[in-house]
Design a protein around this ligand. Structure first.
Ligand SMILES: [Zn+2]
Length: 320
């Protein structure tokens, strides 16, 4: 059984982005501001998935409010405006991607390969700016209404930055990927950001909450500012908060949907826990998904299972 396909609450809707098309980098929907002073090059990226509107709110906020870096360089990008513009209020989950998942194709194999799609064309266009960025924040949201969380490859540089920002209490849950995502190469694992390269900077996804909620847009906007402040590009916008408790989960396994018969044993939203061996889902002839450990915690269960896409991420809590 999966959650009924209820019409979601649409508190935030897409707005026309044509005014942001012509940036100053030669790449559509990419804007760059160089302080003229030494410092890191930080990339704030929105709309890797077309219906994840909160990133658009954050990116337009940065541009509309005239944020400028006091050190280093700031690049702001709208990754997949073509998918974003395909939004339909009567089917607001459909424009996550047009052909390929833009957040799974950041390997040389895909980028240099023979296939073509809107996502591959856009990834190839964005590749130089992703490759040159020192620190990357890729802003996403979730289909289910769950608390915001970080997602990042399990390098110390990423953990340190996410934990430092999490202390402020806005995003205090972490999905750490010790062995990568497991179902393709996301933007934050492109090139040196996916390797244990001592020269690589920080690359984080922030999942801000449910796609269409005002609260998710607020998290996206605040987290983008936190990220810029963390690296010294702007002054911290928020007064210091009492340190918040944080919880971290290690990704154990990314489970795919193999058959149309896939179903979870009960409706899942995310962050439910299962004991070792407990049944989580069945997948027709392809078998079952069972918890590989006690306190196995599921993240991002598919709202509607689609063959060939991710079904659910199995994690275990990291004891600090
Ligand atoms: Zn996403």
């Amino acid at each position: 059984m999966t959650l009924p396909n209820r019409a979601p609450l649409l508190e935030v809707l897409p707005r026309d982005l044509s005014a942001y098309r012509k940036g100053n980098t030669g790449i559509d929907y990419v804007h760059r501001f160089d302080s003229g002073r030494p410092g890191p090059h930080v990339l704030i990226n929105a709309l890797t998935h077309g219906n994840e509107i909160c990133g658009m709110v954050a990116a337009t906020h940065l541009l509309d409010s005239g944020v400028r870096p006091r050190i280093g360089t700031l690049t702001i990008s709208f990754a997949h405006v073509e998918a974003y513009e395909a939004f339909r209020a009567d089917d607001p989950f459909a424009n996550r991607q047009l052909v390929h998942n833009l957040n799974r194709i950041w390997s040389d194999e895909w980028l240099d390969g023979p296939q073509d799609s809107p996502e591959l064309r856009r990834a190839r266009a964005l590749r130089p700016l992703v490759a040159v960025a020192d620190h990357i924040l890729d802003i996403h949201s979730t289909s289910q209404d769950v608390a915001p969380f970080w997602v990042y490859p399990g390098f110390a540089r990423n953990s340190q930055a996410a934990l430092a920002m999490g202390v402020q209490g806005r995003v205090t849950t972490h999905l750490v990927m010790p062995s990568g995502l497991g179902s393709g190469t996301p933007l934050i694992e492109h090139g040196r950001h996916g390797a244990g390269d001592s020269h690589a900077g920080v690359a984080l996804v922030v999942e801000c909450g449910q796609h269409f909620l005002r609260a998710s847009a607020d998290v996206a906007r605040a987290t983008a500012l936190d990220f810029l402040a963390h690296f010294g590009l702007i002054d911290s916008a928020e007064p210091a908060q009492p340190a918040a408790a944080q919880s971290r989960f290690a990704l154990l396994q990314t489970c795919m949907v193999h058959t149309p018969a896939f179903q979870f044993v009960r409706p899942l939203r995310g962050f439910e826990t299962f004991d070792e061996g407990e049944l989580i889902a069945t997948d027709g002839d392809a078998g079952e998904i069972r918890a590989p450990c006690d306190r196995c915690t599921v993240l991002m269960p598919a709202r509607v299972p689609v063959v060939g896409r991710e079904a659910v991420y199995l994690t275990r809590p990291i004891a600090d």
